[in-house]
Design a protein around this ligand. Sequence first.
Ligand SMILES: Nc1ncnc2c1ncn2[C@@H]1O[C@H](COP(=O)(O)OP(=O)(O)O)[C@@H](O)[C@H]1O
Ligand SMILES: [Mg+2]
Ligand SMILES: [Zn+2]
Length: 284
Amino acid sequence: MDKIKERINEIIKKAPKMKGQDFKKKPSNSWDSKKDNCPYDQCNGSGFRIIEQNGRKVAIECECREERVINKKLEFATILEEFQETMIDDFVVDNNHYKQSNSRKSASVCKEAAKKYVAKFKEMKNKKKGLYFYSDTAGSGKTMLISAIGNELIHQHKAKVKFATVGDLLNAIRSTYSCNSEVSTHELMDAAKKVEVLILDDMGQQSIKSDTNDHLFDILNHRLNNLVVTIFSSNCKIEELPYNFRIKDRIKKMAIPVHAPEESVRENLSEQENDELLEELLMG
Ligand SMILES: Nc1ncnc2c1ncn2[C@@H]1O[C@H](COP(=O)(O)OP(=O)(O)O)[C@@H](O)[C@H]1O
Ligand SMILES: [Mg+2]
Ligand SMILES: [Zn+2]
C-alpha cells in the first residue's frame, strides 16, 4: 500500500500545478506569432510567399515576417499583468479617485487626450506623434493610462504594441552583450526601433549608466524618422529628464506633453478602504 501511495505522490508532484501562472492564457496584447496565422492572409504564417516572376516561381518574404521577428525579440515587453485588460473608460475621474479639483481637471485632460489619440491614431501615426504623460507624484494613474492606450490601439487598430519600463528595456539590451545571449544587441535594438507602438514607462527613473544615452538616442532618433510612435510616462518634464540634450530634443519632437495629476489615486483609494474597514470593525 505504501508503495502505491508513494507512487501517487510522485505523480502528483510531477503534474503541473493547477493554480498560478501555469494555466494562464497567453497575454492578449502580444500579437500572434503562431505559424498558421498571417495578418495579411498571404503566407499561412510561413513568412514567405510564392510569386510568379518571368514564368518562374520564386519565394519572397511576406510583410508579416519582420513583424514576427520584432515580436519575438521584444517578447519580454508586454503590458503589465495588472493592466492587461484595462481600457481608457476604466480610468475614473471623480472625487473618490482625485480629491483636489485641479487633479480632476488634469485627469480629465489626460483621459480626453488618450481617447482622442486612439480615435485619431492613423493621423497621429502619419505625423509620427506620440504622447508624453508626466507628473512628479507616484500613483496618479500614468502607467494605468498608457497601458489602456496600448490596449485600445491593439483592439481598435490592430496595432503592434510593446510596453516596457525604460530601465527594463536598457537592461535587456545590456544582457545581449554576453556572448551566450540568444539575441544580438543589434537585433534587439532593431526591434525597439521598428515596433509600431512603443510604450516607455518611467522615463528618467532608471540609474544612468555609460551606455544609457547612446542606446536611447539610437532608438528614439530612429523612431522619430520613421512611421512609428512612442508613448511615454515620466515623473518629470521633458526638459528635466536626466538624459543629454539631443535625446530631450528628439522626445520634444516626437511626443505631445500632457501634465498628469499631482495626486496619488493609490493613496486615496487605500485610505478610503481603511476608513470603511474601520467603520465596519467598530460597528461589528
Ligand atoms: N484614474 C484612475 N482610475 C482608476 N484607478 C486608478 C486611476 N489612477 C490610478 N489608479 C490606480 O492606482 C494605482 C496606481 O496607478 P499607476 O498608474 O501605477 O500610477 P503612476 O504610474 O502614475 O505611478 C493603480 O493600481 C491603478 O489601478
Ligand atoms: Mg507608473
Ligand atoms: Zn504573412
